[in-house]
Design a protein around this ligand. Sequence first.
Ligand code: MEV
Length: 435
Amino acid sequence: MHKTITGFSKLSKSEKIDWIVDTYFSNNDNAEIILKQYWNSDDKIQQLHDEFIENTITNYYLPFGIAPNFLINGQTYTIPMTIEESSVVAAASKAAKFWFDRGGFQTKVISSTKIGQVHFTYDGNTEDLTSFFNVVKPKFYEDTSSITKSMEKRGGGILDIELKNKTEDLENYYQLHATFDTVDAMGANFINSCLEQFATTLKANAEPSLSGNINIIMSILSNYVPNCLVRAEVSCKVEDLTENPNISPEAFAEKFIQAVNIAEIEPYRAVTHNKGIMNGIDAVVLATGNDFRAVEAGVHAYASRNGTYSSLTHAEVKDGIFKFWMEIPLALGTVGGLTSLHPLVKLALEMLGKPSAKELMQIVAVAGLAQNFAALRSLTTTGIQEGHMKMHLMNILNQFEATPEEKETLVSHFKTNAVTHSSVLENINKLRANN
Ligand code: MEV
């Protein structure tokens, strides 16, 4: 059992490191060195990172890659991607190039409304509550005017506030269900501030006129955003669909659509299928400083909206045209939060031409669709492992601390040999024995 500590957050960074090293790494001389190796040499950048979260002792790097040649609504983009998994950026780049030559991606934002709720209980008469709500409704807007002022200037604000009766599902349970337009902000802080004020206003005005008691349970935005929806699509003539000599375009289209059909009806496959989409989506969401947990939660809820978890993408052939598309909910921001703080995030957004939140929704959706196209193309033709293991080779070589010369020899060897963990190890050992 390790000792517990009180007042840890009050310690300085170096005292925190001393404590963790003494407590967990008494037999590991490298622990402190590793922690400090990841500090940024620029004190200002390090301080910025220290202050993003609490109890920071070091930084955790992820690779920041770029996928060029994306044509979206006639405009070319290079998409920044932050991800640890090999093959993802290569797959995105390949799919981008493939569709660049076939008219590119077409996208549009279908809707951009976000939702927040005040959850409360009320043990009186529902009609009473409804008339009270109608009387007090303008006060919700009045009391939040200092919060909504600058959002309204930017064209957003509170769209509507409804009273929802949920007592059939849970005794005495009601909601204030509010919709918001947060323009270029992801909007979590704005929405939560409005909601907490609604709760205060509701409670403050309630007691005298009502037959029951209002008890506020909580006020929080919803990460389920089915009305913050973006569509991305590619299409081309079936005959242009593949340059692969081992499969005809018609056979490829048929297999590809069948793969999508399977993901539409089979949850075990749908989860992996959608995971591949999220490889692209999360990587851009992270690179642009957005909240990937919120996006993940919302997207998977949307994938289950009809009662069974299902594919986010769809495909068809009609009149000789192959079409592949996706509609997904994405709550993103291009102002506020990390977007104006993190130097790499700022650079990523600049690379994308300083997009509005709506433009970013379209770019992110394209990264997801491209990723799914690339995955399904490999899966239904060569299989995923061939390309994957080649990319994985470098990770294995690094794991065994291969020298640049060893890497060169082994990359060349594995151009024509199957990559497995044990075969790489065997070949490194052979090389080392001969030197
Ligand atoms: C791997 O990260 C993602 C895939 O499994 C996606 C898929 O199976 O469609 C290749």
